[in-house]
Design a protein around this ligand. Structure first.
Ligand code: NAG
Ligand code: NAG
Ligand code: NAG
Ligand code: NAG
Ligand code: NAG
Ligand code: NAG
Ligand code: NAG
Ligand code: NAG
Ligand code: NAG
Ligand code: NAG
Ligand code: NAG
Ligand code: NAG
Length: 633
């Protein structure tokens, strides 16, 4: 290729310059070697991250056999403005090395940047010889916030949205016989003046319940060979009656033959065929159903034309219905009490990027072992392997849309609201085929929620249209105008779940909808410095925690009282779902079941297990004698 020659020329020029350059020129071209930076707090997994992080195949719902990770050490350099994207440093070494994937602000990145608004990332790769004749797709798990992708000097793609996967067919730009240069420009304003974008808990100036931002390539990057017409998205749901609904999205978009099989061990238990880009159905008879108590998954193989890949699914139905006069969420037609934690997915060493899959799964297993059957993924989107782990382990997921900034005087303008809505579509389309997700949350506590009109009604309809198989919690806390399937109260410390009593920021329970305590608990307990995020501003904000219990006995005593109170609300009133704040401490917020480093568990495990079981028992006591339940969704 023409570019190949250019690259070679630049490379040779750089090499010869090196041998004859002045000491200053030599120094200027030296890329600082990657090394972890010390975080204000580490975890047991920090030291094992190494330079080949996240070696697992990153996308288990659309898993191709042949692939090559690009995770590892890349080059990095900060840039100074949006205009820098028009003068890319092709063929040049950048100033520093960085670990991919990571947040630039994290210790694991090796950069620990602040104000990382504009950045360049660079690596190179060769295409395996046995991929010849196929197209090559470059996949990103997530890049926060905007990425322009250059391959061998050509602009291959632009993507906006910090939480979403994207792919680009880079075949037209490749040199299949030599080295290829990948250069990426990233723009991430977070909450810089004038920007109102989905950011979740990220803040340029962290404080109390807002934390250090994450910029850059924070999820896996990988290559895979595909035929020219390949599958870009698989929508797959399977219900309690064994009906499987499929839409296979393709590049050509014009109806290529598709075969799909559902496999249990080595036995094919069902199969269907149709064409791409159009929905089709088939039935599996008597499937073992998926539930938190029995999280059965089936392997799935999909073939579309020349493209073949592995996927999986679980058979279950989420709906709502009236049981003994109370509107309830139903799983496979039955009400079960649903109890989980607020799970923010932050790590002291990696911020948004867990140090490893093992670390990520550790949190989930801890919750599962205590008896939780759900987790609320709070205004963040996790790597696909997290959802896979919830599917496997049997943890239902309430998935929040990452929120805009909370201050009422910085509400989105029309364009920003449109972009929020576009990214809500991305969220639902990307995650809707995971078995464990049962509810979408659109707004958290009124953050970014326009109230001069009520956009949550249209957004709720939109989500229901994209995914008719789940429930929608339109407004989790605060400005509830009656949209969605839930009547959601947030209250600290004690719960007010489906109750005829409420407080200043909430409304009384609306019996037309499901009673959920979207947040409660939040009991704090200060610990010794070795378990704290050792940053003075964070430490100064510890006293803003809603309640501080001075020792673990008091903390567990208070936990027991709150869980007992919740149990009373399950027995007497209309409480169906509750969310305890929170899985782990985050920065200056010290109210986790575990500390931020996961090294200290605050919970008295025996007591918590008994109290959690008490919630399920209270719910089944109310319904075990009732046989009639009418269901609708
Ligand atoms: C990428 O470039 C480095 C030098 O920066 C070189 O050592 C390495 O071999 C190159 N890798 C590939 C796959 O071209
Ligand atoms: C291609 O080569 C790699 C090793 O370089 C090997 O792991 C892989 O199985 C090969 N694929 C095919 C389809 O032969
Ligand atoms: C790169 O291409 C995209 C379209 O894919 C375009 O929107 C963007 O402006 C281009 N960026 C540059 C720097 O040329
Ligand atoms: C599957 O599709 C059929 C027909 O469009 C629809 O009636 C049914 O509700 C769908 N089921 C699921 C689980 O998506
Ligand atoms: C689908 O589109 C591809 C590429 O445009 C074309 O080659 C093929 O003939 C089309 N197939 C049908 C059935 O229209
Ligand atoms: C699915 O496939 C994986 C890997 O091949 C295998 O370990 C697992 O047992 C299979 N599960 C089922 C239900 O077939
Ligand atoms: C699947 O089973 C349902 C009854 O549960 C039936 O209405 C539907 O027609 C069947 N679909 C197919 C594709 O056989
Ligand atoms: C789908 O299955 C049919 C019947 O076994 C077969 O003739 C066809 O080639 C298959 N198509 C694909 C794309 O695998
Ligand atoms: C919280 O701590 C900070 C710093 O230690 C102090 O300035 C502030 O007065 C304290 N606030 C309260 C309410 O105790
Ligand atoms: C961390 O390592 C310590 C010391 O080996 C061990 O006691 C502790 O259980 C580990 N914690 C986690 C969360 O793995
Ligand atoms: C459930 O009902 C049984 C039998 O009436 C009773 O012994 C038990 O205490 C009840 N448990 C809860 C949590 O309400
Ligand atoms: C169910 O009803 C029967 C008789 O009405 C009663 O004896 C039993 O305790 C009830 N069970 C529960 C769990 O409430």
């Amino acid at each position: 290729m023409y570019w190949g020659l250019t690259y070679l020329t630049l490379f040779l020029t750089a090499s010869s310059a090196r041998t004859i350059g002045t000491p200053q020129q030599l120094a200027a071209r030296t890329t600082a070697e990657y090394a972890q930076k010390q975080s204000p707090l580490d975890t047991n997994w920090t030291a094992d991250v190494g330079t080949n992080p996240w070696p697992e195949y990153p996308r288990p719902r659309l898993q191709r056999d042949e692939w090559q990770t690009l995770n590892g050490v890349w080059q990095y350099q900060s840039a100074s403005s949006l205009n820098d994207v028009y003068s890319p440093p092709f063929g040049q070494d950048l100033a520093q090395e960085v670990l991919i994937p990571s947040c630039l602000e994290s210790g694991l990145s090796g950069i620990q940047a602040t104000d990382a608004y504009y950045s360049w990332f660079r690596t190179n790769f060769t295409v395996p010889g046995n991929w010849s004749g196929q197209d090559v797709v470059l996949n990103f798990g997530a890049v926060d916030y905007e990425a322009t992708v250059f391959v061998n000097g050509k602009n291959a793609s632009f993507h906006r949205g910090g939480y979403f996967e994207f792919s680009v067919d880079i075949s037209p730009y490749l040199d299949t016989s030599g080295s290829n240069e990948l250069l990426i420009f990233v723009h991430d304003p977070t909450d810089l003046n004038g920007y109102v974008i989905p950011i979740g808990k990220q803040r340029l100036v962290p404080s109390h319940i807002f934390y250090t931002p994450c910029s850059g390539i924070w999820q896996s990057v990988w290559l895979e060979p595909v035929p020219a017409n390949y599958v870009t998205q698989l929508d797959l749901t399977a219900d309690m009656h064994g009906q499987v609904n499929v839409t296979v999205h393709s590049v050509y978009g014009n109806g290529t033959e598709v075969n799909i099989t559902v496999i249990d061990g080595s036995k094919v238990v069902g199969s269907g065929s149709g064409v791409s880009d159009q929905p089709f159905q088939f039935n599996v008879s008597d499937p073992k159903l998926w539930s938190p108590n029995s999280p059965t998954l089936y392997n799935v193989t999909v073939t579309m034309g020349d493209d073949t890949f592995q996927s999986y699914t679980g058979f279950r139905t989420v709906s709502k219905g009236t049981v003994d006069g109370v509107v309830r969420p139903l799983l496979n037609g039955e009400f079960m009490f649903i109890f989980g934690t607020l799970d923010q997915g932050y790590w002291p060493d990696g911020l948004y990027t867990p140090p490893s899959r093992e670390a990520m799964v550790y949190d989930l297993q801890f919750l599962k072992d205590l008896g939780f059957n759900m987790v609320r993924k709070h205004i963040k989107v996790e790597p696909a392997l997290w959802y896979r782990a919830c599917d496997e382990m049997g943890l239902l997921v309430i998935q929040d849309m990452p929120s805009l900034r909370p201050l009422e005087n910085i509400l989105p303008d029309d364009g920003q609201q449109q972009e929020f809505s576009r990214q809500l579509d991305l969220l639902v389309n990307q995650l809707k085929s995971y078995t464990s997700i049962f509810t979408w949350v659109i707004y958290n506590e009124g953050w970014g929620q326009i109230t001069s009109y009520y956009p949550e009604f249209d957004l709720t309809s939109r989500v229901q249209q994209l995914d008719p198989t789940r429930l929608v919690d339109a407004t989790s806390g605060w400005h509830d105008h009656g949209a969605g399937d839930f009547s959601d109260n947030h209250h600290y410390a004690n719960p007010q779940c489906g109750t005829p009593f409420y407080s200043i920021d909430s409304s009384p329970y609306d019996p037309k909808r499901i009673g959920i305590q979207g947040e409660f608990g939040g009991l704090g307990n200060n610990v010794s410095i070795e378990h704290l995020w050792n940053n003075q501003d964070a430490i100064n904000s510890i006293n803003q925690t809603y309640e501080i219990d001075t020792d673990l006995d008091a903390w567990n005593h208070r936990s027991h009282l709150l869980l007992t109170e919740l149990q009373g609300q399950v027995s007497l009133y209309a409480c169906s779902v509750a969310v305890w704040t929170q899985t782990v401490d985050v920065e200056g917020e010290i109210n986790g079941l575990m500390t931020y480093d996961r090294r200290l568990k605050r919970v008295d495990e025996d007591q918590w297990k008994k109290d959690i079981k008490g919630l399920y028992d209270a719910a089944s006591n109310r319904t075990s004698n009732s046989t009639s339940s009418s269901s609708s969704s």
